[in-house]
Each structure stands twice: as C-alpha cells, then as structure tokens.
Design a protein around this ligand. Structure first.
Ligand code: GLU
Length: 378
C-alpha cells in the first residue's frame, strides 16, 4: 500500500489537519491527538523528510476564548474568533512539537499570496527558508483580514496551493472518512472504497459530488477534497485522503491502512516550468549571444556575461523572454534582477556583479526558473 501512497519515499509532505481533529466539542484543543501527530511527523523528519502542516482550528478555538455562543457566526465574528484563536492554535502546535525539539513557525496566507506572482515568490522563499532551518511551518488562511470574495474559504484548497507553492510530492488530507467511495458509505452498504485514482475523470468527480459531497464535517466535504486533489495533481503532487481520527494517521497510511491516493498528472518540476512557460505574461526580454543561447538550450542558467541587451521594464521575479540575436525565442524565465540592474551588469562576469551593484542574486535567470521554448531543446 505504501508504494501506492508514496508517503515513505516523499521528500516534502503537506498535511492538512481539520478543525474536527484539533478541537473537541468543549472548544479545547485535542492535546493527545496533537502529541501523537507530532511524534508521527518527527519520525518522518528523522528520515530526512520535510513536513508542513496546514492547520484549521483558529475559529473553533477563538469561539471559546471570546465566549461566542454555538450559533452561526457573522463574518466579522468569525474573523474576530480567528484572531483570538490563531494564537491558541499555535500554542497547541508548539506544545506538541516541543518534546521533539522541533520549532514551529506560523505562516498566514491569503489567496493573493498564491496567485499574485511576486507575493507567490516571496511566500515561497520564506517557506523554503523555514524548511531549510528545520522548522515545521504551520500554515492557515489569514482569516482575520480576508473578505468573502477573496477567501480560499476551506483549508483543503489552501493545502493544495501550499503543496504547489513548495513543490511537495505528497499532500495528505486528514478527513473524517478513509477515502473516496463509489457512493456515500454511510447511506449505501454497496458503496465500494477506491484505493487509487490514476486520473481525475468526470466519473471520479461525480462520485465525489452528490451524496458524498456532504460527507465532511467542517468546511470541506469530499467534493472539496477532490477539487484540492486536482490542484495538487496539476502541480505534480499526489494526494492521500485518509481518516484523520486514527492515532498517528501518517504511520497508519504507511502501514497500509485504508486511504485513497490520487496520482499526480506530472512532476513538480515539470509543473513549475509549464507555469512559467504558459501562464505568465513576459514583462521584458533578455537578448543573448550564441554561447549563452546554447548553454540555456542545454539546461544551464543564464549568466549576465552572455546577455547583450535588456528590453522592457521588469522587476525582480518577473517573467522575461530569452531571445537570441536573430529574435528567436529560446526560453522564458523568472529574472533575478530588476531591469535597470540587469542593464548595468549585462556582459559582466558573475564575480564582477557585486562590485557594480553592491549585491548579487546569482545568475540573471537560474536554470530552475527557465522553461525552454518547445523548439529550443538541445
Ligand atoms: N481557516 C479556518 C480556521 O482556522 C478553517 C477553514 C477550514 O477548516 O477549511 O478556523
């Protein structure tokens, strides 16, 4: 089974933990479940795997803190509850991870942070830095400031965006059901469990809709989970939907307990390059000499030394075209310098950049951030 989930081999895993797992009916955190979860995550970290947590529970915890009755809350009340509950949520996570010597870091995101490119790059750089420092990022939506129109609204989707943001291999959605069924298992005794979804077809979507859509406690039912799996799959990430209320649900999946695995449609690296090639409007161009053109075609970074001319106005992080002197497009990439700085360093050797600009960000466009034009492969 684990060969199917890939959890044992994954390099980077995003785990979505919903409110129902974290907060009891009395409005207090489930400290025992959290302690077990942290031990489970620590086991994976000890194997060299990176674990990111997308955690709900701010509103549920804040409700108790603010003494708000158990009725439907207005949006401003929910936002106030989230503000009060988020710190309680972080304390619960910190207490759970502390015995394992792991520090947690709070990351609050809004939809713009994963959709506006510059913010996306910034969020990605911060989370990468946290992971590099061995910290467990604990991510939630910044409920306090988002309005209805700009919310993710549910943490399944947020978790899928995070998986995409960090190029995770596996997204685990801890749920109140142990996966996808052909029909709602609580209503239909003939419902069959589906262990593996190689591709998200309309048939699969239909199973997750209808009766199963109401399946989940909290915000997201099965339809939301499949929508999240679709985002993850496009980002090259597998999704594991499994029962979260088990003790150590991650070890349980590795041990072969029931789960549904939605396979990725591509690899994280290929998905990232497709995003650069397809969905960003270039803000300018770098015209390169033959040597640089060949190097880029062979998968190398674009160095300042090989750039003849800079066109357009762009900021650091913008998408630019890479063209040869005959005007042919060779690649698109995310540039590491703003246009004015790029102009000052074009033609220079890498060692000379710092002397001219007072800083260096490395190559003009790093190989990882370059997507070759279809006809340009060497
Ligand atoms: N962000 C919300 C919270 O922390 C939860 C959203 C969800 O569970 O999908 O309370």
């Amino acid at each position: 089974m684990d060969a199917v989930s890939g959890l044992g081999q994954a390099r980077r895993v995003v785990v979505k933990v919903g409110s129902a797992l974290l907060v009891g009916p009395d409005g207090a955190p489930h400290a025992d479940w959290l302690a077990d979860f942290a031990a489970d995550a620590a086991r994976m970290r000890a194997r060299g795997q990176q674990v990111l947590v997308v955690s709900s529970g701010a509103v549920a915890l804040g409700r108790r803190r603010l003494g708000l009755a158990r009725r439907a809350l207005t949006l401003p009340e929910k936002q106030a509850a989230a503000a009060a509950g988020q710190s309680a949520l972080m304390r619960a996570w910190e207490e759970a991870f502390e015995p394992h010597g792991a520090a947690c870091a709070q990351v609050l995101l809004t939809r713009d942070d994963t959709e506006v490119r510059r913010r996306w790059l910034n969020a990605r750089a911060t989370v990468e830095t946290l992971l590099g420092l061995g910290v467990v990022p604990v991510i939630n939506e910044n409920d306090t400031v988002v309005t209805e129109e700009i919310r993710y609204g549910d943490n399944d989707r947020l978790a899928a965006r995070v998986a995409q943001l960090v190029g995770a291999d596996v997204l685990v959605l801890l749920s109140d059901v142990d996966g996808l069924y052909t029909a709602d298992p609580r209503k239909d005794p003939a419902a069959r469990h589906i262990p593996r979804v190689p591709r998200l077809t309309p048939e699969v979507e239909a199973m997750a809709g209808g009766a199963n859509a109401e399946g989940g406690v909290g915000t997201g039912g099965m339809a939301t989970k499949i929508a999240a799996a679709r985002i993850a799959a496009a980002g090259g990430c597998a999704t594991v939907i499994t029962l979260g209320s088990r003790t150590r649900p991650l070890a349980a999946v590795e041990g072969g307990e029931r789960a549904t695995v939605v396979e990725p449609a591509t690899t994280p690296a290929a998905a990232y390059k497709a995003w650069i090639a397809g969905s960003l409007a270039p803000a300018g161009a770098l015209v390169v000499d033959d040597g640089a053109a060949q190097a880029v075609r062979r998968g190398k970074s674009l160095l300042a030394a090989g750039v003849r001319r800079v066109e357009g106005r762009f900021d650091k992080g913008d998408a630019v075209l890479v063209r040869d002197e005959a005007g042919r497009e060779i690649a698109r990439g995310l540039v590491r310098y703003e246009a004015a700085d790029a102009e000052r360093i074009c033609g220079l050797k890498s060692e000379a950049i710092e002397g001219v600009l007072g800083y260096t960000s490395g190559p003009l466009v790093h190989a990882d951030d370059l997507a070759l034009a279809a006809h340009a492969e060497a």
